[in-house]
Design a protein around this ligand. Structure first.
Ligand SMILES: [Zn+2]
Length: 543
């Protein structure tokens, strides 16, 4: 019961990835794969310019898409989900024709697309976007109000896609190098988006346009609009790359609470810069923005709705108490700045790259502030929510994520790896190097695996096959054979190898365990011993 309660809290049962293979449609393929109509052009810049009308609950405006031509094709795929509608595609002043297939528009370009050219396509659109029924897990817009009755509006669209509310290349493999986001809203509302505020333009009809500029590549689900009558405060954080602005936007009614509660933000920055290297978006600053849902890792504009409580809405996944030493949403969502926004999956099947490293970062936050033993306890305790129901990696090219175990099991896979490597400084330098080597890029499981294999110097191929591609947990089977300890791995993939430390009478022994039985006379099977609890494995005594 408890386990189920926690899972429901985490919302990870709500992934819409439970279709069997034959139920996938052409729309899934168009959404989830790098189609020929996407592959030939490379995103350079989005200039998104929209008006949000809280009364009519509409969004309308224009996105100008700048791109370079990689190969000379004339048909371009642009995504915008129903019921939103494209009004026109225009290139060089000429209105273009298109063929529509559900949420996808195939635009027929007239101008010759020559390799290397920088071109722009203006897409004007509008409509009543889908309302999220369960933000942030179901995509859409949330139209809420604050306690003064003023509009309190936000977007959430990971998985379902940014094309729920604006037209774009809705696939994660390609990001623009930078982006401008202009949002017009009625007075006295503000719109907070990603990056830095360039200007505010006042219009005669009692509306204002907030123009934000993102100076770095940004993934499309990270693009943020948060609209409310916000109060604002902030601080300058002295970080690894110099002064960094931390800006906070909260409902007026919560300002005093937030000033106390958001002290977790600089604590977060201190711990994560230590473990992962400099915050990846100094140019864009860091913001926490209150929203009417739990939270999301919108790049440089982390949204917050944990109700100013410690833990996850006041709960501790680990059951150890360490989860109550921090605000889960501030720590977790900000951890995504390194793993999701800096290092981004190309395909949502590889979402563990975001969630496993970020959930693991919670343990490193505890480790940094309360010591290694505390961090260990937090991650080990959180195993109570692991399900081992299906593989962590999802299905490629169909926009299908894998098991919700990508959170706490994924964190424990990395925790296990740290303890296999057994050299904390080396491990920290690996995590820092990873953030430099994959800086501002999109990537795959294979590339991450290759990096970890190269940097650790360990034969981790079967280790990742086991933990990411099956739902089975390596089980250390042991028995007494002629008075000696015999041991092997079971429930493992072919070639699985991982050493295990065990403690017997205060002596630490390392066993190099394989799938085949081995025997040692260093450990007496008649005397109690303890396996290293940091390794996420099962144990079976078949004596
Ligand atoms: Zn997350």
């Amino acid at each position: 019961m408890r386990k189920l309660m926690y899972l429901a809290l985490l919302g990870i049962l709500l992934s819409q990835g439970n279709l069997s293979a034959q139920e996938f449609t052409r729309q899934d393929t168009l959404r989830g794969s790098v189609t020929p109509e996407r592959a030939w052009w490379d995103l350079v810049y989005y200039d998104l310019d929209i008006q949000v009308d809280p009364d009519a609950r509409t969004i309308a405006g224009k996105n100008t898409i700048y791109y370079t031509v990689l190969s000379p094709k004339q048909v371009m795929q642009i995504d915008l989900q129903e019921p939103m509608e494209i009004e026109a595609f225009v290139q060089d002043g000429k209105k273009l024709t298109y063929i529509r297939e559900g949420n996808v528009y195939f635009v027929q370009l007239e101008k010759n697309q020559r390799i290397g050219d920088l071109n722009a396509l203006e897409v004007s659109y509008g409509g009543v976007p889908v309302v999220s029924t369960n933000p942030p897990w179901s995509g859409g817009i949330t139209w809420s109000t604050d306690s003064n009755g003023k509009p309190f509006i936000a977007n959430s669209n990971q998985g379902d896609g940014a094309s729920l509310w604006w037209p774009c290349k809705d696939h994660m493999y390609d990001e623009p190098d930078s982006m401008q986001i202009s949002v017009r809203v009625p007075q006295p509302l503000m719109n907070i988006s990603n990056g830095r505020l360039r200007k505010v333009v006042e219009h005669p009809d009692n509306t204002r346009t907030f123009q934000w500029y993102v100076d770095n590549p940004i993934n499309n689900y990270g693009v943020n609009i948060s609209i409310a009558d916000y109060a604002q405060f902030g601080e300058i954080y002295q970080g690894e790359k110099g002064p960094l602005t931390l800006d906070y936007f909260v409902l007026r009614e919560n300002l005093e609470k937030a000033k106390e509660h958001f002290k977790d933000a600089p604590k977060m920055m201190r711990a994560f810069e230590y473990w992962f290297g400099p915050y990846p978006f100094y140019e864009d600053g860091f913001k926490l923005i209150e929203v009417p849902y739990l939270g999301m890792e919108h790049q440089s504009a982390v949204t917050y709705g944990n109700k100013y409580q410690k833990g996850y809405l006041g709960k501790d996944f680990s059951g150890t108490g360490w989860g109550m030493t921090f605000d889960y949403i501030i720590i977790h969502e900000a951890g995504h700045e390194w793993f999701a926004n800096n290092i981004t999956y190309k395909d949502i099947a590889d979402m563990w790259i975001h969630e496993s490293f970020t959930t693991y970062s919670e343990g490193l936050f505890v480790d940094y502030h309360y010591g290694k033993q505390a961090g260990n306890e937090y991650l080990i305790g959180a195993r109570q929510v692991i399900q081992n129901d299906k593989p962590i990696i999802g299905i490629y090219d169909l926009n299908q994520r894998g098991s919700g175990d990508m959170y706490f099991k994924g964190a424990n896979i990395l925790h296990t790896l740290r303890h296999w490597i057994n050299d904390d400084e080396k491990w920290r330098q690996m995590l820092r190097l990873m953030n430099r080597e994959f800086y501002h890029s999109t990537t795959t499981t294979q590339e991450v695996e290759n990096f970890l294999i190269r940097e650790s110097g360990l034969p981790l191929g079967p280790f990742f096959d086991q933990y990411l591609r099956t739902a089975d947990i390596p089980t250390l089977e042991w028995k007494t054979e002629n008075g000696k300890l015999a041991y092997r791995w079971t429930e493992t993939v072919e070639g699985f190898y991982m050493p295990i430390r065990l403690v017997q009478e205060e002596t630490i022994h390392t066993l190099h365990v394989l799938n085949e039985w081995q025997v040692t006379d260093r450990v007496d099977p008649q005397v109690p011993f303890e396996l290293d609890p940091n390794m996420y494995i099962f144990e079976k005594n078949t004596r």
